[in-house]
Design a protein around this ligand. Sequence first.
Ligand code: GTP
Length: 236
Amino acid sequence: MPPVYKRIILKLSGEVLRSDDNCISPAIVQEMSEAIKSVVDMGVEVALVIGGGNIFRGLSASRKGMDRTTGDYMGMMATCINALALQDGLESLGIPTRVQSAIAMQQICEPYIRRKAVRHLEKGRVVIFAAGTGSPFFSTDTTAALRANEINAEVVLKATKVDGIYDKDPAKHDDAVKYNEISYTDCLTKQLEVMDSTAFTLCMDNQLPIIVFDFHQEGVLKNILCGNAEAATVVK
Ligand code: GTP
C-alpha cells in the first residue's frame, strides 16, 4: 500500500529512550531507529522532534525552585543529546540524518534553517529538530507543531505511551472510551489534553492533523501512514 502522507513530523517524548538503568538506552534507540527506518523505506519524508524529559525537564525543575528560563534552556540542551543519540542510531542503519538545532552549537550540528531542512527532506534525509523552538516557555510539542507548519508537513504524529485519546484517563478508569477520530473543537470543549494549548492551537489554526499513537505497538506507524489509523486517534 502506498503511503498517504509525503512528509510527516514525528514527535517522540524523550522518556521513550529511557530504560530502567539508563536515561538513554542504546538498545531502545536502535529499536526506534529501526521503526523510523521502516517509514523512510516507504518513501515518506520524515522530520523528528524529540523531547528531553528523560534527562531534564525545565517545568518540573522550576516547580522545585529553579529559575524557569534556566530550566527550559537545560531542557533544550537535553533534547540535543537525545537528537544526537537518534542520529547515531539512524545512521548506523544507513539512514542519512541531519540534526538542526534552534540554538547555535555549530561544532555539533547544523543550525535550524528552514529551507535547508526542506532540501534535506527532499533528498531523503531524516531531519531531527533539536533544542525545541530555541526559546524558553515552549514545549517540544509546540516545536513539532511549529516546524510542521514551517516545512509543510501534512501531519504531526505524536508517539505516546497510550494508543490514542480517551474520554478519561485509561490508566485510572476501566470504562474509558477511545476516540478514533475527534475534532479540534471537541478536544477543547471536552478538555482533552492532546498537547499543551500553544501546540494545539498552532495545529488547529492551520488545520494540521494530529495523530496520537503508541509507538511500541507493532506495525502501528506503518498502518497509520497507509491510511489506517484505527489503532490510534486522529484529531482534525
Ligand atoms: P547538501 O549540500 O544538500 O548535499 O547537504 P549536506 O548536508 O550533505 O551538505 P553540507 O555540506 O551542508 O554538510 C555536510 C555535512 O556537514 C553534513 O553532515 C552536515 O550535517 C554537516 N554540517 C553542515 N553544516 C554544519 C554546521 O553548521 N555544523 C555542523 N556541526 N555540521 C554541519
